[in-house]
Design a protein around this ligand. Structure first.
Ligand code: GRF
Length: 198
């Protein structure tokens, strides 16, 4: 059985990336081929290396906001790894429509809210400020519009009295580590049936 090749893009500690790597074993239809970061010091690169996965990094800072030039460099390790699927996992650079169009239909992202609510940043603070009783996370296909593509899975958490952005983020992260591997397993098997966890 030939496995789907998965590249994972990270910017930080990479806990979602680790959950994905640890899930791609046994009868899982995919295997990791690269972990790529825009920060050579990202903690997640150490964790990926320790699991024997090839790693690379392309620092965005020298490009001083020239996203097309940064992405042209980012494409080099990606093309070399020849992934079938890209997973954005805590990757904090906004990608251009040109880059997205190259990977259209095979690039996923995890976002810490119940999309379409709270696209962008500070999702936990905004859910608390709005007095919501429920929150969660979503995995979606990446399109040119930020946090906007077709939703492939969601996991819900109740907002509890006394919750802070940190306490809420911690409970959502636990759900993220369940949701992303479940969606990737289906997506790699060409199954776009949404995953719903609670
Ligand atoms: C996660 O909450 C993810 O949803 C968001 O950034 C955080 C990254 O966490 N995009 P990690 O780097 O995967 O630990």
């Amino acid at each position: 059985m030939s496995h789907k090749r998965v590249a994972i893009l990270i910017s930080g500690g990479g806990s979602n990336m680790v959950a994905l790597l640890d899930s791609m074993v046994g009868d899982h239809p995919a295997r990791p081929c690269l972990v790529l970061s825009n920060d050579a010091d990202a903690g997640g690169l150490v964790k990926a290396r320790a699991r024997g996965v090839p790693v690379a990094s392309v620092d965005h800072r020298p490009f001083r906001g020239d996203r097309a030039a940064f992405e042209a460099e980012l494409m080099k390790p990606l093309i070399a790894a020849a992934p079938d699927i890209l997973c954005l996992a805590g990757f904090m650079r906004v990608l251009t429509a040109n880059f997205v169009s190259h990977w259209q239909g095979r690039m996923l992202n995890i976002h810490p809210s119940l999309l379409p609510k709270y696209k962008g940043l500070h999702t936990h603070e905004r859910a608390l400020a709005a007095g919501d009783t429920e929150h969660g996370c979503s995995v979606h296909e990446v399109t040119a519009a930020l946090d906007d593509g077709p939703i492939l899975g969601q996991a819900r958490v109740r907002i509890l009295p006394g919750d802070t952005p940190d306490s809420l983020a911690a409970r959502v992260l636990v759900q993220e580590h369940r949701l992303y591997p479940a969606v990737l397993r289906r997506f790699a098997a060409r199954d776009r049936t949404p995953v719903c966890l609670s």
